[in-house]
Design a protein around this ligand. Structure first.
Ligand code: ZN
Length: 202
């Protein structure tokens, strides 16, 4: 990852950073551009320090690649939000110590990404994330939150947790914990426990 920073030395504009990042792969299917991009606030995007990029690359290889392959039918996964610098995190209304920042007060938090599978529904992806065989392939995974209203799944490697937790986002800032078995059977869990009918799709 040193190469990324060396190549960026002396490049003045964010647009040039973007152009560079667009071509830099963090893993087979995920780019540095996706890692830092913000659709809503492109002016707040900065090139992260090397250790942040290194954490992003580890997450891409250890979590996002197996997630894409095993949970999302090996089809493209759109990233709504991945790394957020502190300014961007505050601007989008992220909680102060959000894992999306990767480091907070110089402490490593883990890495987080909000994902939209293109090949399966978010319910199928959630159910597969709760499959013990698949979880064994992603030992660093810690948090899985499904956002039924917004249609994405947050996954992270929050280091303060000892094991994986599954949650459903009911409204902004309101989450319900569900068991691994409930996550495995998420369509019925939505129907029976939360009285929300969803389609498992695909
Ligand atoms: Zn998130």
């Amino acid at each position: 990852m040193n190469r990324l920073n060396n190549d960026l030395a002396g490049i003045p504009g964010v647009r040039d950073h973007y152009r560079y990042l667009a071509g830099a792969q963090l893993s087979k299917h995920f780019t540095a551009y996706e890692f830092v991009d913000s659709t809503r606030y492109p002016e707040l995007v900065v090139v992260p320090p090397p250790e942040v990029i290194r954490q992003g690359a580890d997450f891409a290889n250890d979590i996002l690649e197996p997630y894409r392959e095993l949970c999302c039918a090996a089809k493209p996964v759109k990233i709504n939000s991945w790394y957020r610098n502190h300014v961007l995190n505050a601007r989008v209304g992220g909680v102060e110590n959000s894992v999306h920042q990767i480091y907070y007060n110089d402490v490593f938090l883990g890495v987080a990404a909000d994902t939209v599978p293109s090949g399966v529904s978010i319910y199928t992806a959630m159910s597969r994330l709760a499959d013990p065989k698949i979880m064994a392939r992603m030992p660093q995974l810690r948090t899985v939150i499904i956002y039924p209203k917004n249609g994405f799944i947050h996954i992270d490697t929050a280091v303060q947790r000892d094991n994986v937790v599954f949650m459903v986002s009911m409204a902004k800032g309101k989450y319900e914990y569900i068991s691994q078995d409930e996550a495995r059977d998420i369509v019925n869990t939505m129907k029976n426990r939360f009285k929300i009918n969803v389609s498992g799709g695909h």
